[in-house]
Design a binder for this molecule. Structure first.
Ligand SMILES: [Zn+2]
Length: 463
């Protein structure tokens, strides 16, 4: 997907860290009738045995409660995390209110999490968020989760839990669902928070699936393995550690959770790279999602060239990471397209018919970020690729990366100035030269690069 889009997602998620709802698997029947409507303050870190006036959601007067309730609830949450990390289902369930629907939905969540390579999992109650509703409490819980070795930093998200007394001063979790709160604190939920998932690992690959069968999920993981080997050798950055997390989900909720998708239609996307925040404006991980429509290709007996190329495109975004933050889409997408085609033979390198037709009519300007993913996206992606090809053929194999560096050295500068200072031509002249190279490369029917069928699989939908 686009840099601009990824930057927007990162901003959204970072801004939403204090708000983001990363909720456990939903239990629609479990919404208690006494969802709170106001907040209250308890002393931070309160284990102090001072009686505290605690707000109530009911119309009754505030009641005096034990101030060490925060300590009791935190202990419950610590036990919950330890149970997941130890794969101790009995201990996990012992921390839940004994209600069948809750046990079912939380059981799905538990089954999801124990498949993940978790090096870190914790739930921290935010004492200031605690709200008493009758004998129960609602509280905001910060969830810290790290997938090792895939996440550079732990991810941190927020959820809201309800706690009910279980006798002898102890508590149990009675809900991880507060729809009103979640609606107001929209954030991106990970697939293991919302539906049953299957996790499959390969060398440097963590795949998360829902409906994929074994052959399909294995095919995706192998395609990503091949892509990592190829992209590692071509992208001059190593922070990504040559490893990636990929989602291939039939449930549309994950992609629908993005409010700034390239092109705006989740079902039209073949792939999407996205960042996951660690908080404090830091990025924990760049992951990517593949369309479920690609699963049949992944399940085929032989490696599918189109799937592999799409995977390489998304892996370039993962490998480049934040190095292309703030650069124009024609460069970030051009790099992803250009690198993704390098492993293909010249005969396989196809441009869409629409792009070739546009190049033959004459492309005058470089597409701007605002229109990059419009109806002419296929042409824009192809043009960006051939701009990189022109840079390589004119200045050598490192030229696209030199261009990227020129942008990242001058954050906030006018892209037109950056291009002119580097190449002594305008950005529109650069577009015309890329278009001309595309046109001449595909001009003669006898040249080996001539596409037999110049129609790649939905390139316009490549995010
Ligand atoms: Zn892309």
């Amino acid at each position: 997907m686009s840099t601009r889009r990824r930057a927007a997602v990162a901003t959204t998620l970072t801004a939403a860290l204090a708000l983001a709802a990363a909720c456990s698997t939903r239990d629609p029947s479990a919404d208690p009738p006494d969802a709170p409507s106001s907040t209250l303050t308890l002393p931070p870190g309160s284990g102090a045995p001072v009686p505290t006036q605690v707000g109530t959601a009911s119309s009754g007067p505030a009641r005096e409660v034990r101030a060490d309730v925060v300590g009791d609830l935190q202990q419950l949450l610590d036990t919950r995390a330890a149970a997941v990390l130890a794969h101790d289902r009995a201990s996990f369930e012992a921390g839940l209110a004994p209600r069948a629907s809750l046990l079912t939905t939380e059981g799905v969540y538990f089954d999801n999490l124990v498949q993940l390579p978790l090096s870190k999992l914790s739930y921290r109650l935010e004492p200031a968020s605690l709200l008493r509703t009758g004998d129960a409490y609602w509280g905001v819980v910060e969830i810290t989760l790290q997938l090792t070795p895939y996440d550079a930093l732990p991810t941190r998200t927020l959820d809201r839990f309800r706690f009910v007394p279980a006798g002898s001063g102890s508590y149990r979790v009675s809900s991880t669902t507060d729809r009103a709160w979640e609606a107001d604190h929209a954030g991106l939920q990970q697939p293991w928070d919302t539906e049953p998932v299957t996790v499959r690992e390969g060398a440097g690959v963590l795949g998360v699936f829902d409906t994929a069968d074994e052959r399909e999920s294995r095919g995706v993981v192998r395609s990503v393995q091949r892509g990592i080997a190829d992209v590692s050798a071509r992208v001059p950055f190593d922070e990504w550690g040559s490893q990636a997390v990929v989602y291939a989900l039939s449930d549309p909720r994950f992609l629908e959770g993005f409010d700034d998708l390239p092109g705006g239609d989740p079902e039209a996307l073949d792939g999407l790279a996205f960042t996951v925040p660690a908080g404090d404006d830091e990025i924990a991980s760049t992951r990517f999602a593949l369309s479920p429509t690609l699963l049949s290709r992944a399940g085929a007996r032989r490696p599918d060239a189109d799937l592999d190329r799409l995977v390489r495109h998304e892996l370039v975004h993962v490998a480049v990471g934040t190095h292309d933050d703030g650069v124009p889409l024609w460069l970030s997408e051009g790099l992803a397209e250009w690198v993704s085609w390098q492993a293909s033979s010249p005969q396989e390198r196809r441009v869409p018919a629409a792009a070739l037709a546009a190049a033959r009519r004459g492309i005058r300007t470089m597409p701007g970020d605002g229109s990059f993913n419009d109806d002419d996206a296929a042409t824009h992606y192809a043009l960006s690729w051939w701009v990189c090809e022109w840079l390589v053929r004119t200045y050598g194999p490192d030229a696209p990366w030199t261009m990227l560096e020129a942008f990242t050295r001058r954050p906030g500068d006018d892209p037109r100035t950056v291009v002119r200072d580097l190449l002594e031509i305008s950005v529109d002249q650069l577009a015309r030269r890329g278009a001309a190279l595309m046109r001449t490369t595909y001009a003669t029917p006898t040249t080996p690069t001539t596409p037999t069928t110049p129609t790649p699989p939905r390139p316009s939908a490549t995010g």
